[in-house]
Every structure is written in structure tokens, then in C-alpha cells.
Design a protein around this ligand. Sequence first.
Ligand code: IPM
Ligand code: MG
Length: 363
Amino acid sequence: MNKQDITQMKNIKIAVLPGDGIGPEIVAQAVKVVDKVAAKFDYNIEYSYGIVGAAAIDAVGDPYPAETHEKCMAADAVLFGAIGDPRFDNNPEAKVRPEQGLLAMRKQLGLYANLRPVTTFESLLHRSPLRYDLVAGADFMCVRELTGGLYFGRPQGRSEDGQTAYDTCVYTRKEIERICRLGFQYAASRRGKLTVVDKANVLATSRLWRETAKSMEKDYPNVEVEYMFVDNAAMKLIQQPSHFDVIVTENMFGDILTDEASVITGSLGLLPSASIGEGTSLFEPIHGSYPQAAGKNIANPIATILSAAMMFEYAFSDMEAGAAIRKAVALSIEQNISTEDIIPEGCQPHSTTEVGDFIASHI
Ligand code: IPM
Ligand code: MG
């Protein structure tokens, strides 16, 4: 390689956090794909691997160790797998839980916005539990607030006698404004429709959401805004998913609605996400660590591979590289090179690594 070639290479650092359960298997497929993209689009990528979640509790007793945080801060983007381990679920003795690592990571990296696009694959519409005519054409973006609300509000805990428990939902106008701004911006760049989801008929925080969003409407004259209670939104999502363009909502509502939305596409194993904010952005599938499948080479790697596509698009502004990944993913689905969750009846399911190999080889 001569000197000129070297200077044309784009140097980037990616922190890779495989996490728990199926995390290491699916992240390995995404890294395989990223390597192919790097070769094709002239990236020179330096990976640094970090521990997080139950894996980190086992190793150092902390689900988000300082060393992992430093790796994330030093990177241009973070690629993350999943967190969670059944050893800690329903275990009141557990002092630290893997999920605390995820929350600490989001908070410390300032990742206040979680972008969860919901799009359908034509060849997978038969997998959706919803009728074809309902899901065809569904295409929306859920903008979930990620560092506030019930997940972080204090006080949180138990009374001394253990018979009462409490969580606190807190939102400041500033927090609401910055996430709603993203919602408005996405709506303006898409089909111009924003749905603000809240529970303003009951919750004080929701009333502040509504008031804040309303005060911003004048800045976006081309965006049509509607306000919807979360229970109604949950219904509308499955009744008429194509109704939505951009949804903006608080942390907990966004968590619940996006799991619900994932069934529209046919599998939870398909939905990627980008968490963005004050510094390094993070890319992760929306699904969890699927511990029952860990080590079996059966989990669907597509959500993580599509998260890598979002990484190129959002963190490196490289739409072409993102499109190359999306195209290879679509091809794998069309040709039924798929894991058991989306394989059509009568076809032989493929393993996690086979799907990863196919997609990587079609970049
Ligand atoms: C998600 C997950 C997490 C969340 C859990 C694992 C803490 O469900 O990313 O949606 O609730 O945010
Ligand atoms: Mg969730």
C-alpha cells in the first residue's frame, strides 16, 4: 500500500461489548460484517473489547467497570450485544444486577435518546401475527427517552419493614425538550407526523411532557403533532401500525411499546437501535440476552448486524456502507438463510454463524 492509500483510509475505533447470554455470538457476526464493510469502504478499524453485565459482575464485581467506560469514551462508537442473566432474576439476595450496568452505561455516556426504527421486510410479512394488510407498509421511528423517568428517579426502594416499595418518575423540562426536539427533527425529515405518547390524564410528568411538546410546535410548522395516551398507543400500534411516522415518548413507555412494535416485523430478533446523546453513540439490538439460547448458535444475529448498519449511518455518516449491510441482510431473508425464529415452515433453519457468514460474504 503506498502512502496515498494509507491517508485515504478512515481510521475509527469501536468499543465492542458482547455482554451476556447470546451477546457474544451475535456480536461476533456483526464484527464479521463490519470487517467486510471496512475492507470494501476503506476503513481501518481498531476494536477494543470490554466486559459488561453479568460477565463483568463475575469478573470484577461491577456490571459496568470503569475500565469499560474508559474504552467506550475513547471509541468513536460502541457496539453492544445484550445484558441479563437468569441467575440474578427473582433473586432478592442479588446485591448488584446486570441491568444496572446497562443503566450506568447509558447514564455515564449521556445516551439520552434511543432510536428504534420499525420497518418490515416484505418477505417476512407472513411471520407477523398481524394480518398482512395491516403490517404491509408499516414504517416508523420510535424515539425513546433513555436516561430519565422511572428508571433513574430517586427515591427508589423499600420501606424498613419491607412491606412497601416505591419508584419515582422524574422529568425536567430540559430533558423533555431535548428528546422532543429529536422527535420533531425526525418527523420533519420523514413524513412530517409526530405522535407524543404520554399518560397526561394521570401523571404529572406526562402533563409536563405535553406542555413542553406543545410549546415547541411553533418551531416546526411542517410537522403535524398528535398527543396520544400510552394505553391507546399500545392498541393503535397493532390495530393500525401504518398510522405512525415518528413516536416520541418517555423511557418506560418506550421500552414497552418497542417490544410490542417488534412483533409487527415478525421477530424481536430483527430490530436494531441507536442510542445517541452527549458523546460516543452506542448501537445495540432491542432484544435481550435470550439465555435459553446462549451457546447454541441458534439466535438471530440480524438485529445486531442492522445495529452495525445504523452505526455506519449515524456515527460515521456513511449511508453507502449502511445500505450495503441492509442489502445483504434483505438478501439473506429472501433466500431463507435464516435462523429458526423467521425461517418459513418446511425450510431448514440456519445457525447464527451461517447467517452471519452469508451476510458478510454478500457485502
Ligand atoms: C431494553 C431492555 C432494557 C431496558 C433492560 C435490559 C434494562 O429491555 O433495552 O429495552 O429496559 O431498557
Ligand atoms: Mg426493553
